[in-house]
Design a protein around this ligand. Structure first.
Ligand SMILES: [Zn+2]
Length: 165
């Protein structure tokens, strides 16, 4: 089981996940040595304090400040915490039917991909809390916050185990 799988299973409640896209991160950033390279960037899974420091070093923003900003908008962040769907992308936020982006030239309305790419994601998991109620009583909750190339931020939270992907 990878660190990410453990995090997503609620087994790393003290850790945070920090993902930075290749476009945003310097090629020689030392974060590349600390994290795991993914298709689009680098993902770090660190204990809370180290993770928040890394986030601040990587983005120039405080993690919790950023989270508060991102909380203002609901978006969709992939379960793997390295991609998302910006709620500020134009269009009537429809279902992305086929989602077959690889097909060359017929990009009639796919401009939003370039305009709304994930720059970085910060996520943590919170233990089930019956006193708070709501979804917090249903299980451990993953809180994820993303920053988009359009300059906006958004958030997504889900109960662990209730999301397949
Ligand atoms: Zn955006």
């Amino acid at each position: 089981m990878s660190n990410l799988d453990e995090f997503l299973a609620g087994e790393r409640l003290d850790d945070v996940v920090f993902f930075v896209s290749d476009a945003y991160l310097d090629d020689d950033s030392r974060l590349r040595n600390v994290g795991v390279e993914t298709d689009d960037g680098v993902r770090l899974i660190l204990d809370g304090e180290t993770g928040r420091s890394a986030f601040e070093a990587g983005t120039g923003m405080g993690a919790m400040e950023f989270a508060k900003t991102a909380m203002g908008a609901d978006g969709e962040i992939s379960r793997s915490l390295d991609d998302g769907v910006c709620p500020f992308a134009d269009g009537d936020s429809g279902d992305d039917d086929s989602g077959d982006d690889d097909s060359g030239d017929d990009d009639s309305d796919t401009g939003s991909d370039a305009d709304h790419a994930v720059q970085f994601v910060f996520a943590f998991a919170e233990a089930q809390n019956d006193e708070v109620g709501g979804i917090y009583a249903d299980g451990d909750v993953v809180h994820a916050y993303a920053h988009c190339t359009c300059g906006e931020s958004y958030s997504h939270k889900w109960v662990i185990g209730e999301r397949a992907e």
